[in-house]
Ligand binder design. Structure first.
Ligand code: TRP
Length: 321
């Protein structure tokens, strides 16, 4: 049986991109695998966080996991900072990873920007902590987005060097799992930018907490071009907004892009958007809207009622099982 580990940072609103790119895959992977899903607040504090908001977001992401269908009876859901072994192993890995390896990390370069001298040391060493998350549980597979592939390569390098240096096979060489057609969901306002919680326009994203009306309205306002939908994927080239909406529709209705275009080719966006809004707002039902919203409410209710601890996450220690 494979052991899956993945982490999501508790920084603000979860949106469709998080859901289709990550959480939905987490749900599916539960079948036949041992799954561990972590809300990684120690990663979040590599950038400034308001402590109260961080605490709130940690609970919200946990609630969204459960609402989306991660079953806390079968999978482990927990908060990274509640288990000190992550930080401990990260220190050991700070002494295994080489400066040259970390210097290549493109995410650090992007996030630190021009003012690198003022970035936190944590932001720089972040990939070592990520390796510690994964290897503390000897996870064999990690579902991640494209943007995390380089960090996973580093995790493999660390495992290999540790094993070599100490003549052991203690750590597995973890494989990335990059799943599904719509792993990259783009902004509804700009088909060349990723859907993001930090975009100032709320119309650019579909939030996990939006109701069906809000979703329909955002899709109606989504940027498109004046042409009809093509009937084959090649016709989406150079049309990022069209490609994004088709990709979202395909992912939510579990169809291939080819099938969607065979069905929708020739339709104008005025016809396609209501169909998409329907799937996004209603039809995806248990997965993304219906039961998910209800379960999420129930879960938040339990938190408020002070029963969070009993209903909440379990912690496992490295070496368990
Ligand atoms: N770095 C990941 C991100 O920003 C989050 C993360 C932390 C993670 N630890 C992990 C993902 C371990 C997979 C496995 O998305």
């Amino acid at each position: 049986m494979d052991r899956i580990f993945s982490g999501v940072q508790p920084t603000g609103n979860l949106h469709l991109g998080n859901y289709l790119g990550a959480i939905r895959n987490f749900v599916r992977l539960q079948e036949g695998n041992e799954c561990i899903y972590c809300v990684v607040d120690l990663h979040a504090i590599t950038m400034w966080q308001d402590p109260d908001e961080l605490r709130q977001s940690t609970r919200e992401v946990t609630a969204a996991f459960i609402a989306s269908g991660i079953d806390p009876k079968n999978s482990i859901i927990f908060n990274q900072s509640q288990n000190p072994h992550h930080a401990e192993l990260a220190w050991i890995f700070n002494c295994v990873a080489r400066l040259g390896w970390l210097n290549r990390m493109t995410q650090f370069k992007d996030k630190a920007g021009k003012n690198r001298e003022n970035a936190s040391v944590g932001l720089y060493a972040y990939p070592n902590l990520m390796a510690a998350d994964i290897l503390a549980y000897k996870a064999t597979h990690v579902p991640v987005g494209e943007d995390q592939k380089q960090h996973l390569e580093l995790c493999r390098d660390i495992a290999q060097k540790f094993n070599n240096d100490f003549g052991t096979e203690v750590f597995p060489i973890t494989e990335p799992l990059i799943l599904g057609p719509a792993t990259r969901v783009m902004s509804l306002r700009d088909g060349s930018a990723k859907m993001s919680k930090s975009d100032p326009s709320d119309n650019s994203r579909l939030n996990l907490t939006d109701d069906a009306d809000a979703i329909a309205q955002k899709i109606r306002r989504a940027r498109t071009d004046p042409d009809a939908l093509p009937s084959e994927p090649a016709g989406l080239e150079g049309r990022p907004e069209a490609a994004n909406l088709v990709g979202i529709y395909a992912a939510l209705s579990d169809k291939s892009i080819e099938d969607v275009l065979a069905e929708m080719g020739g339709k104008m966006f005025s016809e396609f958007k209501p169909v998409l809004a329907d799937v996004a707002g209603v039809k995806a039902g248990p997965d993304w809207r219906g039961n998910a919203a209800a379960r999420r409410r129930q879960c938040l209710y339990r938190q408020r009622a002070g029963r969070w601890r009993r209903a909440g996450p379990r912690t496992v220690r490295p070496g368990d099982a």
